[in-house]
Design a protein around this ligand. Structure first.
Ligand code: CTP
Length: 438
């Protein structure tokens, strides 16, 4: 059935004025071209949950490319066209692109004929989607702006907190939906509806995930690893027996306690101001590989085409965490600060949340914070520029000298800039044979 309710006021409240304006205008442009225009998918779900949404997914009953072209002219922005699929992207800024698809039915007139693409019903477009809560649309055309199209009772499921597939073969057709079901379930604190859960388990049992390329799995995993509830999602992947298909050879239970504590640890590190994450998923990956044998960890990194640098970080953390944690636990009389700093330097910053989670107790976590503070504060005030000014040509000797200087600073043997300069000059003089002076 089609719900006649109108949610334009909810959209007004939850969307930015900019996005609201674009949707209003897009509706008018489409109307002028004689097309029906809808916003669909995740955006409708999020708006109804009272959340802002930046993913905008439009469906046109008409010609998507024509509409995108008209929008790019009206808003003076760029578009990308994918002629063969009848889709386009209108690019408003780096953070705001709008996907436009043509609602269509692919049909074969007779066997071996080429598929003909015909503009057709919105129903077909929505029916191809994953879950009822993601298969609602809202009309954007002038008079009907904001009226909901809800063929599959997505709104009821949203109210009841249920993740439900649209048809029995959904997980077989697109096994990635197994991971998506778990992601949405944990993100919103929903439940996977009973029948859907049975189909999900059956699909896992049939090993459908083994047929998906690692690239597609990794795309979805990255989404999971940046979610607030990432650790719950990982646990659920284990519970539902999905884990062996995504992290073969990794024992989930060995890393469960650390994963549970990871989000809190990431927050703490941020609060302390030590690290601004660029690849937000990396601390999770590092944490979930840290108990594995190096060969397994390397294989996982390879499977998901991690870069050399990312792989090295994961392995360095795996090799170094035991020693690092042991040193942090030692009393300051038993371990020199310079030794500790040296050890810590072997660990990538993305492993700090994991280290904190392993340290567990608050007082020792606080010692870790103090250590990091002291290490950062002891950073020498002079750098490579000073060595250059002495006439040395940049090379390995720079790094060695600056590291030696840092060690001396940490152990309190050097306390001011004059002493730093003095140390560097003498150190370099001793090394001159190895260094090339201009
Ligand atoms: N979709 C689907 N099956 C998939 C991926 C996506 O049916 N395997 C559909 C859903 O309708 C989804 C829409 O495409 O709402 C957009 O997909 P995407 O942007 O990946 O997800 P969102 O639902 O927007 O989720 P998120 O909030 O995580 O971006």
């Amino acid at each position: 059935h089609i719900s006649r309710r109108n949610i334009s006021w909810i959209m007004r409240r939850n969307l930015s004025a900019h996005v609201w304006g674009i949707l209003k205008e897009a509706g008018k442009i489409a109307y002028g071209l004689g097309f029906k225009l809808y916003a669909a998918g995740g955006m409708i779900r999020d708006v109804m949950l009272g959340q802002n949404s930046i993913d905008i997914d439009l469906v046109v009953e008409g010609d998507g490319i024509k509409l995108a072209t008209a929008m790019s002219e009206a808003f003076q922005v760029k578009i990308r066209k994918y002629q063969q699929f009848g889709t386009a992207q209108v690019i408003f800024s780096e953070d705001l692109t709008i996907d436009i698809a043509t609602a269509r039915v692919e049909f074969y007139a007779y066997p071996a004929a080429l598929p003909q693409v015909e503009s057709s019903s919105l129903h077909q477009d929505l029916y191809r989607r994953d879950f009822t809560i993601n298969a609602m649309a809202v009309c954007l055309n002038d008079k009907k702006f904001g009226s909901i199209v809800d063929f599959f009772d997505g709104r009821d499921d949203l109210d009841q907190g249920l993740i439900r597939i649209l048809h029995n073969l959904s997980f077989i057709e697109d096994p990635i939906r197994i991971l998506r079901a778990i992601r949405f379930e944990q993100r919103y604190g929903f439940e996977i509806e009973k029948q859907t859960l049975n189909f999900l388990k059956e699909a896992v049992r049939q090993e459908v995930l083994a047929k998906v390329t690692p690239e597609r799995i990794w795309e979805e995993l990255k989404h999971i690893l940046v979610e607030k509830e990432a650790s719950r999602m990982l646990r659920r992947l284990e519970e539902l027996k999905v884990w062996p298909f995504i992290f073969p050879g990794v024992n989930y239970w060995e890393v469960d306690p650390v994963l549970r504590d990871l989000a809190g640890s990431v927050d703490l590190i941020k609060e302390w101001g030590f690290w601004v994450p660029t690849e937000k998923w990396l601390p999770y990956l590092i944490a979930l590989l840290h108990w594995s044998n190096p060969e397994t960890a390397r294989q996982i990194c390879e499977r998901y085409h991690l870069s050399k640098r990312q792989t090295e970080k994961a392995l360095a953390a795996l090799y170094g965490w035991r020693e690092t944690v042991a040193m942090i636990w030692k009393s300051p009389e038993d371990v020199k600060l310079s030794q500790l700093a040296k050890q810590l330097m072997t660990m990538p910053r993305e492993s700090y949340p994991m280290l904190l989670a392993i340290l567990e107790e608050d007082w020792i976590k606080d010692r870790f914070r103090q250590l990091l503070n002291t290490i950062m504060d002891s950073k020498p005030s002079i750098n490579g520029k000073y060595i250059k000014s002495l006439g040395y040509r940049p090379g390995p000797v720079f790094k060695e000298t600056l590291e030696a200087l840092w060690q001396e600073r940490l152990d309190g043997n050097i306390v001011n800039e004059a002493e730093e300069k003095d140390f560097v000059r003498k150190y370099l003089a001793r090394l001159t044979e190895g260094a090339v002076k201009c």
